[in-house]
Unconditional design. Structure first.
Ligand code: AMP
Ligand code: GLY
Length: 443
């Protein structure tokens, strides 16, 4: 089959590698940057914006594509799946309507309320800043302030983490309303959930889900979870599919929540096809829904996709013909640690165009995996853009060894202007999370 992957980040590099491992397929990719890792394993790449639907259709028709996979959220919001399906292509990604679960946070929260789904927070949307402030006062100031639409994971401000006073809250609300951050002059206020976060990704055929191992991402820029929120600085997963602070029953509850969301979407006449992503906060009252994404997570895709032994295209076909119930996931029993290399200044003002030397053979020798992200290729080296540059993933029998493997791989990447959160996957940070969770559970 001719498979088209849309997107040129590390997540899409992980998707391309999964397709490449599947037998008898030819890989094509359309992306806005020239990802050197993807380019290496593709028949043909097209450098175009992922949201340029005409360019995608043209490329798909030219190369007789049999199935398209869409990595990022922006083309989903643009309705790329629907447009490709109308042109007769198979698309293993959600429709524009189903993707509202990510692209419209007000719609998502209303869906949860309407279908009485577990794990909800107290939430309300406002177009009036005074009313929003009154609601924050009712919640004693413990809230998250969010734009309604997409902001690349950087639009959320949480009390105590990103602001402290009512004045600061009002200032951010005004900014969202006046500048229509996230596409609308509207703001979502959510009760602040206290606990530890985790990600559950799953495959969905619109009827059932097949859940994958849990992952914990690290959104904050700096070691010790300081600094601004980013797209994600790195992530880890355990051999048993749980996390050191998550019990099996928590995992089952969150999988049931995702299952019920998929059922709710079906009842709303927008069946969900493709990978689905649940971000949960584990509280003393169980997992609470922080956000749902209509795609794999980035970096979380790099933790789980290398663990899947199943033929990836067979899984995609099963999502498309609603036969996931006939599949059984075969997952490698390994822990993973992923660390992103980002340009110096990332999250504030990235240093763009800086040289990075990557010794691919040394990375291979270290036993770690390399996923290129948003970089430009120049002769024998690559250069930084404003976004994350590349990710290294270590796999091993336990998190500690996976972390060491990841660090071995990182030694093969050299630049004067890069930044890495080395604390991810290390004992001190994991113990901090376990202790925090015990305290929250009153243990
Ligand atoms: P999001 O872009 O919705 O994933 O939010 C970014 C980050 O803000 C999340 O990963 C959480 O750490 C935090 N956050 C979002 N919503 C809440 C909430 N209701 N309570 C506590 N933290 C939150
Ligand atoms: N890792 C967060 C996201 O993909 O949205």
């Amino acid at each position: 089959m001719n498979i088209l992957v849309i997107g040129g980040g590390a997540r899409e590099h992980a998707i391309c590698k999964a397709v490449y491992r599947s037998k008898n397929n030819k890989l094509f990719c359309l992306m806005s940057n020239k990802n050197p890792g993807i380019e290496k394993i593709c028949e043909v790449v097209s450098i175009n914006k992922e949201t340029d639907t005409n360019a995608v259709v043209y490329f798909a028709e030219k190369h007789d594509i049999d199935m398209a996979l869409i990595g990022p959220e922006a083309p989903l919001q643009k309705g790329l799946s629907d447009i490709l399906i109308k042109k007769g292509f198979s698309v293993c990604a959600p429709s524009k309507d189903a993707a509202r679960i990510e692209t419209d946070k007000e719609w998502m929260r209303n869906l949860l309320k309407k279908h009485k789904i577990n794990g909800q927070l107290i939430t309300e949307c406002f177009i009036d800043s005074k009313k929003a402030i009154r609601f924050i006062e009712e919640l004693h100031g413990d809230v998250a302030i969010k734009p309604i639409g997409l902001t690349g994971g950087k639009g959320v401000k949480v009390s105590g983490d990103h602001f402290n006073t009512m004045d600061e809250a009002e200032e951010y609300i005004q900014e969202i309303l006046q500048n229509e951050i996230g596409g609308q002059a509207k703001v979502l206020i959510e009760e602040k959930a206290i606990g530890e976060e985790f990600t559950l990704q799953a495959f969905s055929d619109g009827i059932i889900i097949l859940p994958l191992p849990l992952v914990q991402d690290h959104k904050r820029l700096k070691p010790g979870d300081e600094g601004p929120n980013t797209g994600g600085m790195g992530s880890y997963s355990s051999k048993d599919g749980l996390l050191p602070f998550v019990k099996k029953s928590d995992y089952e509850q969150s999988a049931l929540i995702l299952q019920h969301i998929v059922e709710a979407l079906n009842k709303e006449n927008c069946p969900y096809i493709g990978p689905i992503y649940g971000q949960f906060m584990l509280t003393n009252d169980g997992p609470k829904i922080i956000e749902i994404n209509a795609r794999f997570g980035d970096p979380e895709a790099m933790n789980v996709l290398p663990l899947i032994n199943n033929d990836y295209i067979t899984l995609c076909k099963s999502m498309l013909d609603k036969s996931l119930h006939q599949q059984k996931l075969d997952i490698k029993k390994l822990a993973t640690v992923c660390k992103y290399i980002v340009p110096e200044g990332y999250g504030v003002k990235s240093m763009i165009g800086e040289k990075i030397d990557v010794d691919e053979s040394l990375i291979e020798k270290s036993g770690s995996l390399l996923f290129y992200a948003s970089v430009n290729k120049k002769d024998d080296h690559i250069t930084t853009t404003s976004s994350r540059s590349l990710a290294i993933v270590g796999l091993a029998d336990n998190i500690s060894d996976a972390e060491k493997t990841c660090e071995e791989g990182l030694k093969a990447v050299k630049s004067d202007h890069i930044f890495i959160r080395h604390d991810i996957g290390r004992k001190a940070l994991i113990e901090k999370r376990v202790t925090h969770m015990k305290k929250i559970r009153g243990m």
